[in-house]
Design a protein around this ligand. Sequence first.
Ligand SMILES: *[C@@H]1O[C@H](CO)[C@@H](O)[C@H](O)[C@H]1NC(C)=O
Ligand SMILES: *[C@@H]1O[C@H](CO)[C@@H](O)[C@H](O)[C@H]1NC(C)=O
Ligand SMILES: *[C@@H]1O[C@H](CO)[C@@H](O)[C@H](O)[C@H]1NC(C)=O
Ligand SMILES: *[C@@H]1O[C@H](CO)[C@@H](O)[C@H](O)[C@H]1NC(C)=O
Ligand SMILES: *[C@@H]1O[C@H](CO)[C@@H](O)[C@H](O)[C@H]1NC(C)=O
Ligand SMILES: *[C@@H]1O[C@H](CO)[C@@H](O)[C@H](O)[C@H]1NC(C)=O
Ligand SMILES: *[C@@H]1O[C@H](CO)[C@@H](O)[C@H](O)[C@H]1NC(C)=O
Ligand SMILES: *[C@@H]1O[C@H](CO)[C@@H](O)[C@H](O)[C@H]1NC(C)=O
Ligand SMILES: CC(=O)N[C@H]1CO[C@H](CO)[C@@H](O)[C@@H]1O
Ligand SMILES: [Zn+2]
Length: 504
Amino acid sequence: MIFLVCLIMPLLDLSESSSKPSDDEQKIFQYIDHHQDIFVQNLSDWVAVESDSIQPHLRGNITEIVKIAADSLRALGATVELRNVSAQDEPYVQNLSLPPVILAELGNDTEKPTVCFYGHLDVMPAKKEDGWKTDPYRLTEVDGKLYGRGTTDNKGPVLAWINAVRTFIALNMTLPVNIKFLLEGMEEAGSLGLEDLLKEENKIFFSNVTYIVISDNIWLSNEKPALTYGTRGNAGFFVEVECCKKDLHSGSFGGIIHEAMSDLVALLDSLVDSSGRILIPGIYEDVANITDEEMKLYAPIDFNFDEHKMNIGVKEFLYKTKDDILLNMWRNPSLSIHGIEGAFSEPGIKTVIPSKVIGKFSIRQVPNMNLPTVESQVKEHLNNVFSKRNSPNKLTVSMQVGAMPWIANVKDLQYEAARRAIKTVFQQDPDMIRDGSTIPVAKMFEDITKKSIMMFPIGAADDGEHSQNEKINRLSYINGTKVFASFLLEISKLHGASKLMTAT
Ligand SMILES: *[C@@H]1O[C@H](CO)[C@@H](O)[C@H](O)[C@H]1NC(C)=O
Ligand SMILES: *[C@@H]1O[C@H](CO)[C@@H](O)[C@H](O)[C@H]1NC(C)=O
Ligand SMILES: *[C@@H]1O[C@H](CO)[C@@H](O)[C@H](O)[C@H]1NC(C)=O
Ligand SMILES: *[C@@H]1O[C@H](CO)[C@@H](O)[C@H](O)[C@H]1NC(C)=O
Ligand SMILES: *[C@@H]1O[C@H](CO)[C@@H](O)[C@H](O)[C@H]1NC(C)=O
Ligand SMILES: *[C@@H]1O[C@H](CO)[C@@H](O)[C@H](O)[C@H]1NC(C)=O
Ligand SMILES: *[C@@H]1O[C@H](CO)[C@@H](O)[C@H](O)[C@H]1NC(C)=O
Ligand SMILES: *[C@@H]1O[C@H](CO)[C@@H](O)[C@H](O)[C@H]1NC(C)=O
Ligand SMILES: CC(=O)N[C@H]1CO[C@H](CO)[C@@H](O)[C@@H]1O
Ligand SMILES: [Zn+2]
């Protein structure tokens, strides 16, 4: 027994991984290099389909790209199901049926782990007139950059995964793991219908899934690879103050009434101070304390904060060091005030006293904050501030949006497998990063399936997701294909070793 453990431990020792490609990896990488023009052509074919999920009249194009993807998976030998889904109450649906979701599987060897890859085939809207230098639906290569809507979000990464699998098959190599695919076409519109499907399939499609990989975000840097292990949540609030039945003239009534807008401005001003600290009592109580081990992940991260400052065009950040910026972007809560509904916001001055105004703000909440607790802390605080103003006006506070943060265990086997694959392909360790924004699918997969989830990006920080001139570097796409192939080999090895260990 002891003998076995000794034999296996080195396999799991983080410092022991080799970064030289194995013979199999060399063959795989060579195949990928030789076929890169075909892979780029595949991406070009996919980009040509305007699978915009925001504009309902383009819904047919999504169904089209779903069919194309399904055919590519069938060509790999996968069993493919196109599942109709529905989301009747959603405004986007507008009585149009949703495109089907692809559920596919390849391999069912009970000795192997099953890796499920999630991706989406729809894109954000794009028009040449928006400021694109090239036609967004015609893949154009300039200086090694492949421009086109969906190249990085998310068609490129989905194809990189398919290409990786295809490489094993083309080389007559046994697939090291069983593979499943879940590809949807409504992600940009809020993954309509997906949650119900996950619940229905939790005990079926997902029952044999060991690991779930999502590749729908980007690196923090343009050069250094990254793995993402957390996202913040979002709690969005409306704070409404009403002072009278209708808008009033400030000349006739100013000076004799409690104005709703003055109350609201005072309420909003009580939320966060000039150093960025949230002033709601108790709000930081549940925030997970940072451990030394977690802090160590920050030092190696490639983040140029002067460049970041220039890119967004601010004079100063709230914090002076890289670590503080990253900690406050990713793992500490923040509060932002977004706007006021009901107030005059056109050019010029309108001497009106608005009768009812609604302030809107949100808190990006983090582990281990609890939504109902946050909601009651916010309400209690605003009611307290309001009561001190002795205002007779009507105050209503409501939480409109509540999305939970997501956090994974970076010691999970699949993170280690991805780290090794990255080391082999890029000759360096990845940045371990989080995302300050909310990515609901990661949390949705975790809550419903309770499986290990990893976000494994391949695109660079400057890819311009959702923006004009979206691109993926040809090398990111090709290296991404290699790193996914290498990941499949690594996870199979590590999983086998860990199974042996638990068996002893
Ligand atoms: C890529 O193109 C090749 C050659 O046309 C084709 O055989 C293959 O099925 C395509 N792959 C995908 C994923 O579309
Ligand atoms: C799925 O929906 C399409 C079109 O809305 C329909 O033609 C097809 O029969 C449906 N498939 C199933 C299995 O219900
Ligand atoms: C959708 O259908 C319902 C009932 O079938 C109808 O009341 C509603 O107006 C329709 N909505 C749109 C946007 O067409
Ligand atoms: C496993 O896959 C083989 C071929 O891919 C198929 O014939 C068989 O029915 C599958 N078994 C199960 C239990 O899905
Ligand atoms: C899937 O899991 C079931 C038990 O939940 C098991 O009987 C079956 O052999 C598994 N199939 C594969 C391919 O792992
Ligand atoms: C894979 O096997 C097929 C059929 O057995 C053969 O035609 C093909 O040449 C093989 N490919 C490689 C790369 O070995
Ligand atoms: C964080 O650490 C402080 C001091 O050690 C402790 O009082 C607090 O309860 C901890 N907070 C959490 C959320 O664990
Ligand atoms: C791709 O990988 C090669 C090493 O194989 C490396 O030289 C190059 O910088 C990588 N480029 C990108 C954009 O990932
Ligand atoms: C490639 C493709 O499917 N294009 C279609 C997208 O939708 C518009 C509007 O319905 C069609 O005109 C295109 O042919
Ligand atoms: Zn995306």
